[in-house]
Design a protein around this ligand. Structure first.
Ligand code: MV4
Length: 501
């Protein structure tokens, strides 16, 4: 049996540390790569070896494929774990890794490619009996025909980019009058963001719950699922609270959704860890949306309720071992909730709030897990995702997990930057969250900044927006700005960065 002896983690922050910890438990040596902004990061100190790969911007460091492969060669690395984000769903990278004679701890480049296209994913899944939202099976090239299909489905409909992710290139169309205008927008947005203007239509499910299933597949054709995660509490496609199991599904739905997820994975010959995304409507009909071919941010809640170390399984799979767990061996034990602690000011339009962690004291105690990559005194770099930590609580049932979360949030001491902790406390105490009657509209429906009763400043937001226009800084690999709120967000980073120079 092949034995991985040294893993390079092509990532940073909490997930790099998370992966290295499991590697160490398995007796595997670790190599960290880091940018100039991350020189003092815990993941760099934790690793057995660490190499600086370049300047702070990701394009010059964490996304530099040639440099990463060169380091692997120089340090006799056997395998690369990509974590999430960065190169994790880059089929070309997975192929480069394979061609360099190294092991990519993840799925095949072919699986990444198929699932990276929503239309290709649907085509693959259509070999099996998997419910999908009514819509067009292919990219739209004839608008007349598309409009006929839309009126057959019934408005509102949703136009989606096949290459899309995170809601980009997505447009709701309320009626046929709006069709052409929204189609033009979706196509140009998709072309700008992904270099691919292919779009398709689906019936718009207005109040869905977002439920995803964790799967594991090995190189021998075995695929299992590790139940669901409920991820409906999100804001502008950024998840804020995740939990397992979901309060909204029955054992029968769970079994059927699990079967569907395994079939989706089977449809592309999947191996490694993956997540199959579904939406569920008010009548509890669920539909397959897409598959994420990476380890996800919210994987810890699944680990807590199953007792499975997902990174360990990923490494064993990559070594060619058959899955040691059978579907029948798995059961749900207890309840886990994760909140994402972002350096954002929830009371002020969730503006990213960079700065120094003057105070940073983590909660602890029974049923509390903190996955983070920062320490007191460190600065939150402006170049990357502003997530400081993931706070996970585990208890015998949902009520216990919620109580533990509220207690842990209150113990968490962070000063120097504003965080989403107070917002998460608001969620934990909200009746709709507690009784499970929430969907993906939760934040928009129930949250107004003044419920946090802190320093809301519309003036500051307006000023930041103005500075944004004046600066027009193109030095970051920023995503296309889609709406006013995102523009304001981007601007505060720039304003602060500007002030620092
Ligand atoms: C949908 C939908 C309603 N109807 N598709 C958002 C991102 C992408 N992963 C799919 N998304 C959605 N697709 C149909 N036919 C609503 C969403 C959606 C959503 C999905 C999951 C989690 C949060 C969301 C927030 C807004 C919209």
């Amino acid at each position: 049996m092949l034995q991985i002896k040294k893993i390079l983690v092509a990532n940073r922050g909490e997930i790099a540390l998370r992966i290295m910890r499991t590697a160490r438990e398995m007796g595997i040596a670790t190599v960290a790569v880091f940018s100039e902004a991350d020189r003092t990061s815990p993941h760099v100190r934790y690793a057995d070896e660490a190499v600086c790969i370049g300047a702070a911007p990701s394009a010059e460091s964490y996304l530099n494929i040639d440099k990463i492969l060169k380091i692997c060669k120089d340090l006799h690395v056997d395998a690369i774990h990509p974590g999430y984000g960065f190169l994790s769903e880059n089929a070309g990278f997975a192929r480069n890794v394979r061609d360099a004679g190294l092991i990519f701890i993840g799925p095949s480049p072919e699986s990444i490619e198929v699932m990276g296209s929503k239309l290709a994913a649907k085509h693959a899944a259509s070999q099996y009996n998997i419910p999908m939202v009514p819509g067009t099976p292919d990219a739209i090239d004839d608008r007349g025909e598309a409009k006929r299909i839309a009126s057959n489905i019934g408005y509102p409909i949703l136009i989606k980019a096949s290459a899309g992710g995170g809601g980009k290139g997505m447009r709701v169309v309320e009626n046929e009058v709006e069709f052409d205008e929204q189609m033009d927008r979706a196509v140009s947005e998709a072309r700008a963001a992904f270099g691919d203007g292919s779009v398709f239509i689906e019936k718009y499910i207005t109040s869905p719950k977002h439920i995803e299933i964790q799967v594991l597949g090995d190189h021998h054709g075995n695929i299992i699922h590790l139940f669901e995660r409920e991820c409906s509490i999100q804001r502008r496609h950024q998840k804020v609270v995740e939990e397992a199991p979901s309060i909204s599904i029955t054992p029968d739905i769970r079994a059927e959704m699990g079967r569907c997820a395994v079939d989706v994975a089977r449809s592309c010959g999947y191996y490694g860890a993956g997540t199959v995304e579904f939406i569920m409507d008010e009548a509890r009909n669920f539909y397959f949306l897409e598959m994420n071919t990476r380890l996800q941010v919210e994987h810890p809640v699944t680990e807590m309720i199953t007792g499975v170390d997902l990174v360990k399984e990923m490494i064993n799979i990559a070594q060619g071992q058959p899955l040691a767990i059978a579907q029948e061996d798995l059961q749900i034990r207890g309840h886990a909730i994760e909140i994402r602690v972002y350096a954002e000011d929830a009371a002020n339009h969730f503006l990213p709030d960079i700065g120094t962690l003057h105070t940073y004291v983590k909660p602890d105690g029974n049923g509390v897990r903190v996955d983070d990559g920062f320490e007191q005194g460190m600065e939150i770099p402006i170049y990357y995702d502003p997530m400081i930590a993931k706070l996970i609580t585990y208890g015998e049932d949902r009520e216990t997990a919620i109580r533990k979360m509220t207690r842990a949030i209150d113990e968490y001491q962070i000063s120097g930057v504003q965080t989403t902790l107070s917002f998460c406390r608001f969620v934990m105490q909200h009746e709709a969250f507690v009784n499970g009657s929430f969907d993906t509209n939760f934040v928009g429906r129930y949250f107004q900044p003044d419920v946090l009763s802190t320093n809301t400043s519309h003036e500051e937001a307006g000023l930041a927006a103005l500075i944004s226009v004046l600066l027009n800084d193109a030095s970051t690999e920023s995503k296309p700005v889609q709406n006013e709120e995102v523009a304001v967000n981007a601007s505060k980073w720039k304003a602060r960065r500007f002030a620092a120079h």
